[in-house]
Design a protein around this ligand. Sequence first.
Ligand code: NAD
Ligand code: WQD
Length: 402
Amino acid sequence: NQENCPNDEFILVIGGLGYIGSHTVLELLREGHNVLVVDNLSNSYENVMHNIRILTASHCKQKGVPVPLLHFHRLDYRSRSMRLLLETYSNLVMEIDASGQQTMTYRSRIAGVIHFAAHKSVVESITTPLQYYQNNVCGLVSLLQMLEKYGIYNFIFSSSATVYGAKANEGLPLREQDLVHHPEQHIDQAGHSIALQPSVTGLSSPYARTKYFAEAILADVAAANPAWRIVALRYFNPVGCDPSGFLGESPRGEATNLYPVLTQVLTGTRPRLDVFGSDWATRDGTAIRDFIHVLDVARGHISALAWNERAEGQGSSFRTFNLGSGNGTTVLEAVQSLEAVAGRKIPIRWTGRRPGDVGSCVASTERARAELGWSPRENIVQCAADLWNFVRKAGLDSMIKV
Ligand code: NAD
Ligand code: WQD
């Protein structure tokens, strides 16, 4: 309702009902932004919307501030309806240029776009690469074309630490500027050209390559049109959830990431955790990851939108930022973090390394701190506590999913 909200500009969040998207939508609303969510529910449930509304209403009541607008459209962002949607949220205005010529242009009420929608399973991407390139790369290209038409240039993209590939194994904090890709070709003995093999690019899956190609596309687009302000955020390992326990990670598919698997062991859905590898060159032999609270990741998007806005009119830019905690946690330490909050032992079984895994992957947070003014607020203890709270309250497996 317009009375509540004199400023009717929206932030468009594509894939806004997924794990990271839903927390970002909630943070945007808590900060007073109106939000337009697009999601096809391929990996999420509509009841997430309901929970976001409840949490927002309670926040606004507590603060005594008006409730921002939250619109939801269930659609595939690659469908024709997307164009209609952008048209609906734009006004056609007449402009007169210096020579007195009249032109009709779109003035969009969408002030920025955060694009989360993608397929994200590393393993699945190996068996269905085209599905991954279609959603994560082709979809992105069409989306950017549409946004240009409607004059929407503030764009935030979900990238991943996976783009660092084997560089992570060097064991040093990963810095954005250290990522140099050399898209080479390897010619085998029979004279066949093998392009973009993992050994050549250091990237271990089609999923990783979708993010690498997407970043390259975004860089080219920004270089070609001075209006674009594009940020690619490279998430490390987002975990945890809103402390209310009403919002968490509720995917449709099978859990394969460490923390969701651990919670399934705790809730009895799985008998134990298989630990992939005990022979990594780390303090306890298990792999090291940089776990970052999902609300910190969410806040990173708001900082990035503001960063783009501040620099508007100063030429185009494409900039990448790591969103990680800067701290490494081993798999065993992650297990202990959940054991501590659940007050229970988690049974484990030692197994071999998972194909494509790296031994260590930790972010340098310098650039995000210096340029975005962003820094993580939460630690791994808080991540585990919030996750366990969600599991107990909603029950990962018993949640009513619609
Ligand atoms: P998620 O699967 O929970 O969320 C993605 C959302 O996008 C889902 O709600 C899904 O229904 C929706 N979606 C997918 N394809 C769509 C389409 N064509 N049209 C409309 N909606 C569509 O994933 P997430 O963990 O929230 O990840 C969000 C983004 O961050 C993804 O791009 C992912 O690749 C990237 N990322 C995630 C992680 C992680 O560990 N979760 C790490 C690095 C990068
Ligand atoms: C963490 C550590 C496993 C499960 C993946 C994607 C990455 C990004 C985040 C999207 C590893 C070990 C895990 C289990 C285990 N996603 N593990 N037993 O592999 O760092 O990153 O998710 O962009 O692209 O690759 O995260 O949570 O799967 O694994 O021992 O049952 O836990 O081997 O060392 P990962 P993860």
